[in-house]
Design a protein around this ligand. Structure first.
Ligand code: GDP
Ligand code: ZN
Length: 376
């Protein structure tokens, strides 16, 4: 429930009076936890210590407020998607600056580490319930490792993954999607059109490229009512897609310009509105993320994200590590069975690469670490 900020604002510090009391009994004060007067806001962008937040996001009184964080929160990451308690001037008027005093409990946290064995993890986004992995059918070549890293990160965070293929004019997306067909993962693909109308020839002139309304409509249905974070290697057409989904209704518009930093060119994520969706729908774009280290994901969780392979491990010896040289690992035989998907051998290879990387056994090369193996 969105809180009513004007009702909240009646309760400011001046309401708490400690009256001298002749009888010596305790003064009657309005006891309350600290900052109960804070209004709840959604963080949509973070840029050099300035937090752009939306107050009353579910109502027509929605407004954008620029905040700094209270000293006591200095060490805590505040990221797009977070719901925070804000005090001070929450009018959103130009040249005002409010203060974040509290981070509300998070439904989900999407994290990554710089490396697979680096214990330092970063919170990318909070409260997302959809993770959209964006891949191109070609240029750049889609990588199975990126998909599996994304699925593991989603599984770890308790976020529902969606795989979205772009550049379907260059190649049939079905080819790559065989890799995940044995998984219960929703997929979508975008279809570019010539902005002037009609289907483009392969390699359409980019200035005239647009995403067809039909493919946008399918994605809108999948994402409506959700907070969706988009991840993709650079060049896959993620910006083109996010722009098509969010149009000009950018939630960052109308940012107050206390600092002259109204435009968000930073490399951190930002939340955007999607037109024609229910209140509470957000698309969170992540321009700066090129790799997805999984140091924070346990081996067990990693394996669990390979939902097609997990059942077969029931036949493994106790304590099986499922590596190539694990004696009696049931996966080796299972992936060649007729009931396994044709992609199963590749999936097993990918699982083993990720397990080895998480054990620090392989010094993954840049290409492997960031994107995994190409499927050909
Ligand atoms: P990002 O780095 O993932 O944000 O990718 P961009 O959205 O900047 O797109 C990278 C390049 O791919 C640009 O030249 C786009 O015009 C082009 N592009 C995007 N979508 C498509 C598509 O569906 N088909 C083709 N052929 N090119 C596309
Ligand atoms: Zn095994």
């Amino acid at each position: 429930m969105a809180r009513n900020s004007s009702a909240q604002r009646q309760w400011d510090e001046s309401d708490v009076r400690v009256r001298a009391n002749k009888k010596g009994s305790r003064p009657r004060t309005k006891q309350r936890p600290t900052h109960e007067d804070a209004v709840i806001a959604r963080v949509i962008a973070v840029d050099r210590g300035r937090y752009t937040c939306v107050v009353n996001e579910q109502s027509h009184d929605q407004r954008t407020v620029v905040c700094i964080r209270a000293k006591e929160l200095r060490r805590k990451p505040i990221v797009p998607g977070d719901q925070v308690g804000v005090v001070g001037d929450v009018s959103g008027d130009p040249d005002t600056l409010a203060r974040i005093v509290r981070i509300e409990p998070r439904a989900t946290i999407l994290r990554r580490s710089a490396d697979d064995t680096d214990p330092v993890e970063r919170v990318i986004v909070a409260n997302a319930d959809r993770l959209v992995l964006v891949l191109a059918t070609e240029s750049p070549t889609p990588r199975t490792g990126f998909v599996d890293r994304g699925l593991a990160a989603a599984s770890d965070a308790g976020i529902t993954p969606v795989i979205c293929m772009t550049k379907t004019d260059l190649k049939d997306p079905a080819e790559f999607l065989t890799y995940v067909e044995a998984l219960d993962v929703q997929t979508a693909s975008t279809e570019p059109t010539d902005a002037l109308g009609g289907r483009p020839a392969a390699g359409v002139h980019e200035a005239s490229l647009a995403i067809s309304e039909a493919s946008i409509e399918r994605l809108r249905t999948i994402l409506d009512g959700h907070i969706s974070v988009f991840l993709g290697p650079s060049g896959v057409g993620k910006s083109t897609l996010v722009n098509a989904l969010t149009g000009s209704e950018r939630a960052t518009g109308g940012v107050n310009d206390v600092t002259g930093r109204g435009r968000h060119t930073s490399s951190s994520a930002r939340a955007l509105r999607m037109p024609d969706t229910s209140p509470g729908t957000w698309v969170i774009d992540t321009p700066g993320i090129r790799s997805l280290g999984l140091a924070h994901v346990s081996e067990e969780e990693l394996l669990n994200s390979f939902t097609d392979l997990v059942p077969a491990t029931a036949d493994c010896p106790r304590g099986c590590l499922h590596t190539q040289d694990s004696p009696g690992c049931a996966l080796d035989e299972w992936v060649h069975r007729p009931e396994a998907s044709p992609a199963a051998p590749l999936r097993l290879e990918s699982l083993r690469r990720l397990l080895a990387a998480s054990r620090g056994e392989t010094q993954a090369g840049a290409d492997e670490k960031h994107l995994g193996q190409a499927i050909t």
